[in-house]
Design a binder for this molecule. Structure first.
Ligand code: HEC
Length: 208
């Protein structure tokens, strides 16, 4: 398969846009190999981009595992500068612990522990986006370990927990039932896949 030329135009990261200007195959600072214009992309290269996780049941979570203790070491080395001691809030971001149950009060505290409906969201977020300065630089074992540490700080897994794909998907998040389907009438839209009506565009504003 070949990457369509448009793919570069769609990328927003400046590092990757710089990569688009290169003609030969190159790697970004990022661990995922980057394809060049006109060169076929191998299945192996595609696999490196295919990291999405179906968060309700964890489908797509990779092999590997990590402990709370290993996660604390990694956190203290790579996350503490921005997120603070024991994830209580740091120079760049507020607390990532606690707030559980606060949604029924008038002072909501949003943290992964209080907000996320499914635990694999935390793995997926860290794996694709953190540390902010070097996203996708952590191994899967490291992401499992840090995920275990953050869930432990939130009281959701034991101090001696080891998380892998199955045990992470099995963690019951306290806010799992806290999301409601948006049932306002203006959000109802039947999906059309064939012979669809043209989109209705609003009339132009009346001249003043
Ligand atoms: C250079 C600063 C920086 C470093 C280092 C960093 N983060 Fe972050 N992190 C941020 C910022 C900023 C955000 C908010 C991003 C946003 O809202 O788009 C964030 C958001 C997060 C969130 C989402 C929190 C939520 O409430 O949903 C998690 C989880 C997270 N970081 C984990 C980590 C982990 C784990 C590490 C270490 C491997 C790490 N971060 C390292 C700056 C950093």
């Amino acid at each position: 398969m070949r990457l369509p030329d448009l793919s570069c135009a769609l990328l927003v990261s400046t590092a990757l846009v710089a990569g688009c200007a290169q003609t030969d195959t190159m790697k970004t600072a990022h661990s995922t190999p980057w394809a060049a214009y006109g060169t076929p992309v191998t299945e192996q290269e595609l696999a490196a981009w295919n990291i999405d996780v179906r968060t309700p049941d964890g489908r797509g979570l990779p092999a590997g595992s990590g402990t709370v203790a290993a996660g604390k070491k990694l956190y203290d080395a790579q996350c503490i500068a921005c997120h603070g001691e024991a994830a209580k809030g740091g120079s760049m971001y507020g607390s990532m612990v606690g707030g559980i149950g606060s949604f029924t009060t008038d002072k909501r505290v949003l943290t992964p522990g209080s907000m996320y409906p499914y635990a694999p969201i935390l793995f997926d977020y860290i794996k694709r986006a953190m540390p902010l300065t070097a996203p996708q630089s952590l191994s899967d074992d490291e992401v499992y370990a840090i995920t275990a540490y953050l869930l432990n700080l939130n009281g959701l897994v034991a101090d001696n927990a080891t998380l892998d794909a199955a045990s992470l998907a099995a963690v019951k998040m306290p806010n799992r039932a806290g999301f409601i389907v948006d049932d306002r009438p203006d959000t109802h839209a039947a999906r059309c896949m064939t012979d669809c009506q043209p989109l209705r565009t609003p009339p132009p504003p009346a001249a003043k």
